[in-house]
Ligand binder design. Sequence first.
Ligand SMILES: [Zn+2]
Length: 524
Amino acid sequence: MVVRRRRKTSPLRPRGSVTGRPGASAPRSDHTPAVGPDSSVAPALGEVGRYAPVDTGGGVRPGHPLADERGNERLHAFEQGFRDRFSELVPVLREIHSLQHEKGFSERAQSLAERQLGIRLPEQVLEDAWINHLDTRRLYLEGSFRLFDRLVNEYWSGRDDLAAEAESAIAWFLDCDFHEVDISPCSDGRLLGLRRFILRLPDMAVRVKSYAGALFDIEEDVRHWTKRELLRFREGRPTTADVPSRYLKVAAYHYSSADPNHQGCTAHASCEREAADAALRQLRAFRQAVENTYCCGASVDTLLIGVDTDTDAIKVHVPDGETRMSLYRFVDSAALYRETQGMNEQDASLAVYRAIQDTVHQQGWGTGNGAPHEGMLRFISRLLMNNLSQLDYVARYHGGHYADVGHRERMIIVGQEVEEMQVRNFAYIAHLDTMEEGAESMDVGVNKVFRKLNVERGLPVPVVVHFRYDRKVPGSRERVEARCRRVRDEIMKRYRDLSEKGLIGCHMVIRDKRSGSQLEPLEA
Ligand SMILES: [Zn+2]
């Protein structure tokens, strides 16, 4: 395998750029010394550095020495079970549709739904079928929502291991000097498996909140940072305030290696450079905000990760000794996988370590100022190793490359994350407290993704509005219920052209904030 150290030519166009301005400006990195006579022209992302990929296509086969095979089998059973349930919905509804003029239709339809999907459909819709026609849009919405409720509620049964798994992860984070790991990926459904599949981090140990284009809410994160500090100060959880551990904020942008100009991040017009740059700027702004508000920016670390949504490979942008990152300094796990797949376990682990060191000392574009702290290096190397397992998974079960390169989401989840829904491309996530602040994310989901995906075919857009309350706080449940209804009303109003035709429907669910609590659906 040939690994290119330096670009041979000066591409005028950043990879994935739609507009492709000639003479694109140099990266807004803090350390980008001039290289060569044409240093004003930035090389395309992915063309710099020892571990930049040479090609992004095949060459990845299953059986990597560092892959967690049993973990992969477990995840595959989970993913398959999940998809199978939902893939039955349309065939079952088709069959029900064809039965609508038969005798005993209602009972036959119910028993079919119960047998094939494990749910009951709304009686009234079936009963009313003789008046006009069967309202299949309603049935599609209701069927999706009931399957959703069922899968979420079943998720926790018999999974006592999840708490122990989270505890050991938190201990490991502390070992890396982090008392909190907070990740903001893009809302894109193809990143839905980020925590559980792509990075292999336990559900309950990591905070994940998604925003269109990974442009997370800085004010909200500063509030969360404050809350964590207060917990440390008052309760010594997970460390006392005098321990110099840090808050780690991770932003995850994404790109498509197979179709970079069309299947990248919708919020950034499929331009990888723009997506990465915007996320990096957001991370800097967050750090700055904490520093300006509390004079303690040093207690915040940031990390930028790029995800190739076609293969689940990641680019980890390694911070330097001054915690700064560059779009041009990263380790690409796909290249690492290919380079190490023929090695034994020990050599492969060493190669991961070497790859990080080489990136730290990379010259030319993206040169940094020294290495980050030891904990960060440990954290990055674990993330890369975890991701090698995921690449093995994609190689084994998806031929190294997902068949559904584009959007294939089945619903939009609005409000707060549903940690049980971590299957790639299953849902579009719009994290928000009010529609006012979340309108942008929601518009991308409805107008750019689901109008094409569902509405053009006459299928409605299922929207789950999900919020958590705190049962220890008086009145919390009532307030959260009211918020849930408010958001639902605003969605129906905002997309009136769809709601009037029954082409969008909301399902409201609330639940206690403890992990593992059951959903409480609200009556419309
Ligand atoms: Zn995106």
